[in-house]
Design a protein around this ligand. Structure first.
Ligand code: ADP
Ligand code: ZN
Ligand code: ZN
Length: 731
């Protein structure tokens, strides 16, 4: 047999592929199979990308594959193709893409196998035993009595509290036998649904529009654009019913792990089918089991966060991406993919329907709907008879403020509380205060390693940097002049909680933010307490804004969102509009009408006027027009190069060198390098270079052509750099 070579993608930050010699004893692996190979001093797990290749390096430099790990490719063809496409589109090393998409244990080289359990049953000898003869060994007696009713799995034995010593002695006596069983997926069938509601006209029209393509298994994208409380979930559930009854799987992507238990519960109530979830809160082996159940068809419904987009499915019939505007669908480091965009690509490649749902759709998706690439389905009324909320603005310029609360807001709160209702206060700043300030010399509590102030955390008696995690003791005196006139500045949720206790001593308040929900289970508990009406006043950050259902809240107030009004990020107005409506959507969801109150120093700002008077749709229409005129996404393509280094010059130099090449294209505009808005983080200086083009194709082919040169520039050795395609975040 002649010598054979394979080309392998490895999890290294290089675009390059690596060739290895295949030992004569090994069977020729197919594309997509994992191999263990030597790499420098280490061994790495890689994926075979091509076989029977002609090596690109000299024979003497080639090393042997140590081990071929799989007999068949890990992913089905459809998913393999999607991953290849993603690597090309995001210009990201394929080895890193594959290792990111694989479950952790698989990445580490484990065989993707089902969990096993032990099955116990009585042997012939065991069956001959008389129970009463075991009166002096009550545990053995109990175990044998249980086994007389039938064989048992390990978890059943555990549930009976049979000691392992008992199990062992019966095994030793030869009365009981044990065998290892794989927990393989079993077939499922969806007979029907429990408690489906009668759809209103708009919901019925939406479900109706989906049913034809679903039955024909057509690739199709629907933008389900429905105000909060309009019953989008009911539309999802009824579309899912059609799919599940056909024996096909449904994948549901949600923005954050906090929303998965709630979603799982709703699906479990409706359908009697196997449901698995996939998110970062699971252990590696739990994730692998969910992944296998999805891949091999054992799971009917797969619910997960961003990375669940990479879960292969045996027979997918529908995908739902809820809160499609949410920025958490975009990965912000390493392999910077957008799960929403990959979902669209996957729907077309595999041939299934995709529902993008939101009360505040992204401008990207609205533009796609306008261009008829997606079908736009509107739900403009609240389902179940709940009224849309009343919106009001408090002009802070004429108001006295008590720790961020205006007189007018306090009076409104008192009214709602006295009526026995719940009030929700939204403030997107955790901690006690955003900085310490010297009243005499103007010194502020800046972090040593970041260009940002450290936040005061009164409960932990610490200053904490929210960018690098650094901590420091709270100084009694000014760091510069020694003055003791050090005051705190910028209201945080901790301080708000203190202020509320002072103003409303008769009512209980609950604060929900990252600090108050750090331990496992705390967030779920807090959300449950909030929803049950156990607390009269809810104080929260972003965490409280998303999708949660609080039936007793009638007043919602946004205390301070002015910072977003004058941001340099062109997406800031869109984000603020989405945030505003998501928070507002928490008011008056059930029988009780809701009120939304916004405190601002800029009541005349056009964005605020638009949101309060006309709502999201008008805002979005105007914003899309502005983007079109300014040639900004979605009417242009962007890519962002970032660099960081401990030496300021090194970070800037690498981007300068790259700009020298990149600005040679007539259709690509290069802006920068410039210092990032957060100019220094964790001791590293940060720079950016923005690439802009009216069309996506020239930008991408230009990058493809130049990246091999750019990544070899000598300046890259002195700075970390990265490329972000379709960047969402410019911080
Ligand atoms: P969304 O996800 O659009 O914010 P939900 O799906 O949570 O809205 O629905 C809001 C409320 O309206 C829920 O309590 C739901 O049970 C109820 N609902 C939805 N559709 C209907 C319907 N057709 N008839 C009556 N109640 C409905
Ligand atoms: Zn000072
Ligand atoms: Zn810091």
């Amino acid at each position: 047999m002649s010598i054979r070579y394979v080309r392998v993608a490895l999890p290294v930050p290089m675009r390059q592929l690596f060739d290895y010699r295949l030992p004569a004893s090994a069977a020729l692996p197919s594309e997509g199979v994992r191999v263990r190979v030597p790499f420098g001093q280490r061994q790495l797990i890689g994926f075979v990308l091509a076989t029977n290749v002609t090596p690109e390096v000299a024979e003497t430099q080639l090393k042997d594959v140590i081990e071929v790990l799989d007999t068949a490719p890990l992913w089905p063809d459809s998913m393999w193709n999607l991953l290849q496409w993603a690597a090309r589109y995001y210009h990201h090393p394929i080895g890193d893409v594959l290792s990111h998409a694989a479950p952790g244990l698989v990445r580490q080289g484990q065989l993707p196998s089902y969990a096993t359990t032990t099955r116990y049953q009585l042997t012939e000898l065991g069956r001959e035993q008389v129970l009463s003869a075991l009166n002096r060994a009550p545990q053995q007696q109990r175990f044998i009595a249980a086994l007389q009713r039938g064989a048992m799995h390990a978890d059943g034995v555990r549930a009976l509290d049979i000691p392992s010593s008992t199990v062992k002695s019966l095994l030793d006596k030869g009365w009981v036998s044990a065998e290892q069983l794989e927990l393989k997926p079993s077939a499922w069938q969806c007979e029907g649904a429990h408690g489906a509601l009668i759809l209103n006209e708009e919901q019925a029209a939406a479900v109706g529009a989906m049913s034809g393509p679903i039955e024909r298994k057509e690739a199709k994208v629907w933008l389900l654009d429905g105000v909060t409380g309009s019953g989008k979930t009911e539309v999802y559930l009824q579309a899912m019913e059609t799919v599940l009854k056909r024996g096909e799987q449904v994948v549901v992507l949600v923005p954050e792990i906090g929303l998965t238990p709630q979603t799982v519960a709703r699906f479990e109530q409706r359908f009697e089918v196997p449901i698995v979830s996939l998110h970062s809160g699971l252990t590696d082996s739990e994730r692998l089991q969910s992944w296998l159940q999805a891949r091999d068809g054992g799971a009917a419904i797969i619910i997960g966060t961003r990375s669940a987009i990479f879960t292969p499915c045996k027979n997918i019939g529908l995908m739902i991406l809820d809160e499609e505007h949410d920025s958490s669908f975009k990965q912000q480091d390493g392999f910077r993919y957008n799960a929403r965009d990959l979902a669209v690509k996957r729907a077309y490649q595999e041939g299934f329907g995709l529902i993008l749902g939101s009360a505040t759709p992204s401008l990207e998706s609205l533009a796609n709907a306008k261009a008829r690439r997606y079908q736009h389905l509107l739900l403009s009324n609240r389902a179940g008879g709940a009224k849309l909320a009343h919106h009001a603005v408090i002009d802070l310029k004429q108001q006295r403020l008590h720790q961020g609360l205006s007189d007018q807001l306090l009076a409104t709160m008192a009214k709602h509380l006295q009526a026995g209702n719940q009030v929700l206060l939204f403030l997107n700043r955790r901690g006690y205060a955003s900085a310490l300030l010297c009243h005499e010399c103007g010194w502020t509590s800046e972090c040593d390693r970041c260009q940002a102030n450290m936040t005061l955390h009164q409960q932990e008696h610490m200053l904490q940097c929210h960018h690098c995690g650094g901590q420091r003791r709270i100084p009694r005196q000014c760091g510069d002049c020694g003055s003791t006139q050090v005051i705190s500045q910028g209201l945080g949720t901790e301080q708000l909680e203190e202020a509320i206790a002072k103003h409303f001593p008769g009512y209980e308040a609950l604060r929900i933010d990252r600090d108050s929900t750090r331990k496992k289970g705390q967030l779920e508990q807090a959300l449950q307490d909030a929803a049950n009406g156990k607390f009269s006043i809810l104080i929260g950050t972003q965490m409280l804004a998303k999708g949660h259902h609080f039936p007793h809240v009638t007043l919602v107030s946004l205390l301070d969102v002015d910072g977003a009004l004058y941001s340099s990020d062109f997406r800031a107005p869109e984000r603020l509009a989405q945030l505003y409506l998501q928070v507002a959507g928490r008011a008056g969801r059930a029988e009780k009408p809701g009120t939304v109150v916004l405190q601002t120093h800029h009541p005349e700002h056009p964005l605020i006027q638009e949101l309060v008077n006309n709502g999201y749709r008008d805002f979005a229409a105007a914003a899309l027009e502005e983007r079109q005129q300014a040639l900004l996404p979605p009417y242009a393509a962007m890519a962002l190069l970032r660099a960081e280094a401990t030496k300021r010059d090194a970070a800037e130099a690498v981007l300068k060198a790259m700009a020298g090449y990149l600005n040679q294209h007539p259709e690509v505009t290069v802006i920068g390098p410039m210092s990032a808005p957060l100019g220094r983080r964790a001791g590293r200086y940060r720079y950016q270079l923005l690439l802009h083009a009216e069309q996506r194709a020239p930008l991408h082919s230009w990058l493809k052509q130049l990246l091999p040169t750019l990544e070899k520039l000598p300046e890259t050795r002195k700075a970390r750099w990265s490329l972000d395609i379709d960047p969402q975040d410019f911080a």
